[in-house]
Structure formats: C-alpha cells, structure tokens
Design a protein around this ligand. Structure first.
Ligand code: ZN
Length: 661
C-alpha cells in the first residue's frame, strides 16, 4: 500500500508486511458482506507448514466465532493485539476460522488512517490488507483464493487475479486469487459500473461510480499505454489484471494490480497522466518487488524517477531540468534539522520526507544514469527485476544489480548519497583570463567545501564563438579547471543543466512571484503618474501581497536590502529598470503580449517582482488571474489571459562567472 497524493498523510503499516522469507501460508476464504448493515462473515481456511506455532493479528472489530485446528475446536492465546496458537509439529496443518463483525465506518477526513466510507455501504467499502481483516501472520507474502458475495447492485474487487464472477439472483459473486505469493489481499466494494478492456492477455478495468463512467475509456487507454511502456523497458507486467477503483474518500492508494483513487480526483488531468503512470509502475517497484523497509524505501524514488520524471523528460530537456530545479528548490527550503539520510526514509508521513524519499532519491537515479551511462543503468534495472521479482529487495540488492551491469564498484556512490544527510555545496573561487600565443587561457577554481563527495560535473565555457560543455569529476574541495580557446571567453558556468543534487545558494534558487508576495518586508513601487493606472496598481498590489503593501517612492526602492514589487507601464519599463539597476531577463518567450510579469534578483540576492502593462485596463485584467501564479518566475498576459509562464532555469547564480574584463 502506498500513498500517491501529496496532500495526504499516510501511515502505511508496511513494516508489518515486509519480513524475511517465512514458511508458506495459503488462505482460502469465503466472504459474505451485507452492504446495508456492513455485517461481514468470513470463513477462512489457512494451511500452514514449516512452523510449530501460528501467531497472527486480527482486526479488533472481528470476532472469532470458531477456530478449528485439523478439525478440532481450539482457542488461541491472546497476547495484546496478537493471537498465538501451538501447532502439533512443523508439518502442514489446516486452520479453519469463522469470523464475524461489522465493518466500522472511519473518519474519512483524517488522512492518517486511509479508510472508510459510509458503513451503510452507499458509496463503498474498503478493507485494506494491512488491517488484518483475515488472520495475518508475520509472512510477508501469502497465497490466497477468496470468493466474495455482495448484493447484486454492488461489485466487489480485490487485489489478485479475477478468476470468475457471476450474478446469481440477488447476489454478485466474484473470486480472486494470487498467481505468485503477494501481500495480504485488499478488498473494495461499491455500487460500481465496470468498464473493461482486454489487452495482450491483460484484463484492465475501471470500477467507477456512475458519474465517472464517461472517463473510463480514457483511463483504460492511458493505463494500457503505461503498462506497455514499462513492459518494454523493464520486463513483463507482473500480474494478470489492472484496475482503477473510485473511492468515496479523498485517498490515492496503490495495491498490487490496482489503484484506489478518490472520486473527486479522478476527473483531474494530473491523475490520469502522472499519478496513473506512477501507480502503474508501482506494480513493478513496490508490489512485485517489495521493499525491505528495514534498510530504507528505494521504491518511491525509483518510481518517481521512471514515471513522473520520465514523463517530464518526454516533454523535452527543459521540462526535465525544471523538475530537477524544483526538487533542488524544495530541498533548499528544507531546514537542516529536518534533513535525513535516504536510508532513513520508509514512507511519506509529511512533505519533508517526500523531499528526501521521493525527490532526492529520484535525483540520485538521475546522477547514477549519468555516472554509469544510460545503457548500463537500463541493464541494471532489468537485471534487478529478473533477480528479485516476487521477492523483497533492499538498497543493497539494487546496488549489486547496477554494479553488475556497470562492471564497477559503486559502494562510494551509494554510500555518499544514501548514508549521509545533507548535500554537496558548490561555488566558484578565483578566475583569470590571459592571452598568450596559444590563445585565451581561462582558469577557474571550483570550490566544494563539504568533503567526501565525488560526482560528475558539467561546466560550460561561452566564448564569442559560442558555448561548449565539458565533463569533469569533482572529488576534492578545490578543483582548478583550465581552458585554452582561440576565441575570447565571455562566461563560465558550472552545473549549467542542474545535474547535481546539491544545496543551492540563495542567489541560485530561481525567484518566483511568491518570494516577493509572501515577504512582509517587501516594498512596492508604483512608477506611473497616471491616476487611473496608479489606482489599478494599488488594487493589484493589495491583491498580490500577502500582507498590506508598503508603498515607497523611487529613492526608497533604490535602497538595497528589501525585496521589491515594481508596477509600471510598458512604455516606462526600460527606464525604470535602469533606475533600479535591474536588467530585463533574457529568457522571456517571444510572443505578443500586453502585460509582462517576471522576477529577478538584485545583486544582493533579494527578489524583485516586476509587473508591466500597456495601460490601466491591461493592468486591471491581471487582478483576478495573477494571484494564482505565485509559483512561477514569469507570466505573460494578453488581455488577462496567461499566454506563457515558467520557472527560470538556474543560471546567473553562484556558479555563473562573467569573464569579461
Ligand atoms: Zn508512489
């Protein structure tokens, strides 16, 4: 089970599920759920072997009506939440449970316990495997076959292969089983409409509430595409089914061969693109290869890298770089005391753990691919998959697979990125440019004060003839690079594509609108004498700023130290920028627009937000839309409609050096 929506807090009892190999356990269960009263009757037959006692957990709302051991009534010992039963010997024994209870309604607003739903069964029932609604022992993976009976207006679906289903008179009966041992089954029941697509031997289904049925085909098409994509790059899809199930509660959860998603979220575009790809991919990473949580969770970061990040990379290099910059920016905002080593991450419990367990880990895979080459990286993944399919695997297993594929020891790589918290820091030291008979000789010092890191670093040199990029290995606190070029050098930059996971300097974090609008110390300068325009500008400033704007004159705005909101007209913009010692950014898209909004930094690093419009009407047209773009570095508008927006690449920060004399 995993959480897929960032807004949710989710405590997976993953540790309870993941254990070293245990002797085999086979369940065969008959389940009858009365959806009007939420009463459930479970007959579960368990075959156990290779052990001399059977210790199990059971949901507190279930009563053991009877328990037979090899046909004889027995009473297990109760030890806290656990039950314990002596077995005659370690041969195979049959346990027969009869369990009865009322499925409890859960508070759907408390994300801490992803649960239910109305117990009346109006919208659905959710019985996650980790709740131990069938007896759960310490085995990580079990085999099961279960038949579920619900009223005919309802549909039941569980993790596992759908073996059969039928409606007989007033009941719907369906049977599910494992093909390979898996985590304990999760069961979902609701008034669902089922839409199905068969694709290359796979059964894809949506179990949607009626209002969502028009989206079913789009979901099946998308899921099919993702499954084929990952089959090609990793290996055959490990199950026979994949289902998307709509949840009456605001969750986003993944289980083997299915995903359970809040019905409010299903219509949102990101759900059937990024989130669905992520969830489909978890069937390889997290489900079929499960995580050895004792040594940290590698699956979230790997899935983020191969799903969320790969989809961004499909859009082009800039989109991929933007995602890396966003990760670095988020990491830069993480207070040092909340940082932790990667191996300390097991599941997402707050945003800080996402910054490490998802984003930093995904970034580590990006650097690994660069370190060993894409071909070795892909081979390593396929090898890891082949070796650990239907098993539990650790970071060590992953390292071993990449070492085999790359033919090199990677202990240094995994050690520095997994075992320590923190990240490298980079800056530039002295530089010089001299001209001799060979041409222009450019020397630059690269400083890396945090010891013990080694990584590939791209550096670029721009001369009057153009820009060239070079790869160097950094493994010392001071590295000197030297270039001899026939053409005159203009700029030097280290890590121009943001390929290294590192702690950004403040002047490298690309400024976004919020850097100014959330700053209570920010000053606002309205550079117009036109009454209509000034009035509109004051209204806009009030809407944009989180705290009441502090209006200042030009002389005060010229003082360094405070962030600044400048509102001006297109006609005056160039002059105003000059007065404030600012430059218009290079990177604004070349489109026709009536208003431009962008951020920059002053030489002292504080952020400046510039809003420039053709006239008062164009400025007024920003009142409504502009406050929604706080996370952007720039937005261009035409008559109040956003034409283009984005976050600046990391450019002229601490790793950029102007070489001109
Ligand atoms: Zn995930």
């Amino acid at each position: 089970m995993r959480c897929i929506l960032a807004a949710l807090i989710c405590f997976a009892s993953a540790q309870l599920l993941a254990q070293a190999a245990s002797p085999a356990v086979e369940h065969s269960s008959e389940i009858v759920l009365k959806t009007d009263t939420a009463e459930i009757l479970i007959n579960d037959e368990v075959l156990v072997s290779g052990r001399e006692h059977y210790q199990f957990r059971l949901a507190a709302w279930l009563n053991i009506e009877s328990l037979l051991l090899n046909g004889q009534e027995v009473r297990p010992l109760v030890q806290g939440p656990e039950y314990w039963l002596a077995l005659p010997d370690s041969n195979t024994h049959k346990l027969q449970f009869t369990l009865r209870g009322t499925v409890p309604a859960r508070d759907s607003q408390q994300g801490s316990r992803p649960g239910m739903l109305s117990s009346g069964g109006v919208d659905g029932f959710f019985l996650p495997g980790y709740d131990a609604w069938i007896p759960q022992d310490e085995s990580g993976r079990i085999s099961y076959r279960m038949t579920v009976t619900v009223p005919s207006g309802q549909r039941a679906v569980a993790s596992g292969k759908l073996v059969s289903e039928q409606v007989i008179e007033d009941v719907y009966i369906s049977t599910f089983e494992t093909v390979n041992p898996a985590e304990p089954p999760s069961l979902f029941v609701g008034p669902y409409q089922v839409t199905e697509r068969l694709s290359n031997g796979l059964r894809l289904r949506t179990y949607f509430h009626e209002d969502l049925v028009p989206l079913a085909e789009t979901y099946l098409e998308a899921a099919d595409g993702y499954i084929q994509r990952y089959q090609q790059s990793i290996g055959a899809y490990p199950y026979s089914d994949f289902h998307v199930i709509s949840a009456p509660i605001p969750v986003g959860l993944g289980f083997p061969n299915l995903t359970y998603v809040g019905r409010q979220v299903i219509p949102l575009p990101f759900m059937r693109t990024r989130s669905l790809a992520h969830e489909v991919l978890h069937n390889w990473w997290g489900n079929a290869v499960s995580v050895d949580y004792a040594s940290g969770n590698w699956a979230e970061g790997l899935t983020t890298y191969l799903a969320d990040y790969a989809l961004a990379a499909d859009q082009g290099r800039e989109a991929a770089q933007s995602m890396r910059i966003k990760w670095l920016r988020d990491y830069a905002a993480l207070p040092a005391e909340r940082d932790q080593p990667v191996i300390g991450f097991t599941s997402k419990q707050h945003q800080a753990s996402q910054v490490i367990g998802y984003n930093k880990v995904a970034f580590i895979f990006h650097m690994l691919a660069k370190e060993i080459g894409q071909a070795a990286f892909d081979d390593g993944l396929r090898g890891f998959w082949q070796k650990h399919k239907y098993e539990t695997a650790s970071w060590r297993d992953l390292q071993a697979a990449f070492e085999r594929a790359a033919g090199q020891d990677l202990d240094w790589f995994f050690g520095q990125w997994l075992l320590r918290s923190g990240a490298p820091r980079l800056s530039l030291g002295a530089h010089s440019v001299n001209q001799d008979e060979a041409g222009f000789r450019t020397r630059v010092e690269i400083l890396q004060p945090v010891t013990g890191y080694r990584f590939q670093l791209s550096v670029s040199l721009t001369t009057v003839d153009g820009t060239r990029q070079y790869e160097i290995t950094l493994d010392d606190t001071l590295t000197r690079v030297e270039f001899v070029t026939p053409a005159k050098p203009l700029y030097f930059q280290a890590d121009p594509d943001s390929d290294v996971f590192r702690r950004l300097h403040q002047n490298e974090t690309p400024p976004i609108l919020r850097d100014v609008t959330l700053d209570p110390e920010a000053r606002t300068l309205i550079a117009s004498n036109d009454a209509d325009f000034s009035g509109a500008a004051r209204s806009l400033a009030s809407r944009l700023m989180d705290t009441p704007p502090r209006f200042e004159n030009l002389a005060a705005a010229q003082q360094p130290g405070n962030s600044l909101l400048l509102i001006t007209t297109n006609a005056r913009l160039t002059e105003d920028l000059k007065l404030l010692g600012l430059e218009r950014p290079f990177g604004l898209p070349k489109v026709a627009y009536s208003a431009e909004v962008w951020t920059t930094r002053r030489t002292d690093g504080v952020a400046v937000l510039v809003v420039s419009a053709a006239n008062a009407d164009d400025l007024k047209s920003l009142l409504r839309p502009l406050p929604h773009y706080g996370g952007q570095s720039f937005v261009l508008f035409e008559a109040g409609r956003a034409l283009s927006r984005g976050i600046w690449p990391i450019t002229r920060g601490a790793l950029f050096r102007d070489l001109k004399p």
